[in-house]
Design a protein around this ligand. Structure first.
Ligand code: SF4
Length: 187
């Protein structure tokens, strides 16, 4: 894998490690070429979030680039309130807090901490139904913290040539199913 792991890869890698390959391969293309409508709506919502000025207050950092040399991570945060030490990731509609969501906000947390910020609270916010989900810090949930670190190591060591067994239900809902040579979507 490349030296730095994009934070946006974490959730995709959990879904299917091979999706990272397509994510990389097609990232420079018009995503409407392969995204299905539901994913496109989610992406549009996130684009609108990114472009919207949430606040002009100096204590609100929005969309800043972050990195961690310790975990070889890079990406962007959504919102960070330096007064409250509160890091928030907004999503269009949350039906369930998946591990991948937690790992993404952990990744942002570790980057900010390494960059010298104090982060005391993590929140995932569901825009459509206005719900907040407070996520314990990594040090408050050792099990998830260990899983996060194992995930980073797996991504670093991942090789497309390794043995791979696709999951038919995942393939059927995968946005890359028409491009992937391992897809079982038509089974
Ligand atoms: S089509 Fe199946 S094997 Fe290919 S990337 Fe998607 S989930 Fe993975």
């Amino acid at each position: 894998m490349e030296n730095y792991i994009s934070i946006s890869f974490l959730n995709d890698f959990i879904f299917c490690p091979r999706s990272i390959y397509f994510h990389n391969l097609y990232k420079s293309f018009d995503t409407s070429m392969y995204h299905e409508s539901i994913q496109t709506k989610g992406r549009m919502a996130h684009k609108n979030i990114e472009e919207k000025k949430y606040s002009t207050k100096k204590n609100i950092l929005q969309g800043i680039s972050i990195y961690s040399s310790q975990y070889s991570l890079c990406g962007k945060i959504d919102l960070f309130d330096t007064d409250k030490a509160l890091l928030t990731e907004r999503k269009k509609k949350i039906h369930k807090i998946y591990d991948g969501f937690v790992f993404q906000i952990y990744a942002q947390y570790y980057c900010l901490v390494e960059m010298g910020y104090v982060v005391k609270q993590l929140c995932i916010y569901s825009l459509d139904d206005n719900k907040k989900y407070m996520i314990p810090l990594p040090k408050e949930n050792k099990e998830m913290d260990v899983k996060f670190k194992e995930l980073i190591e797996k991504i670093k060591k991942y090789d497309l040539e390794n043995d791979f067994y696709p999951n038919v239900s995942k393939c059927r809902s995968c946005i890359y199913k028409n491009l992937c040579d391992c897809s079982l979507a038509s089974c």
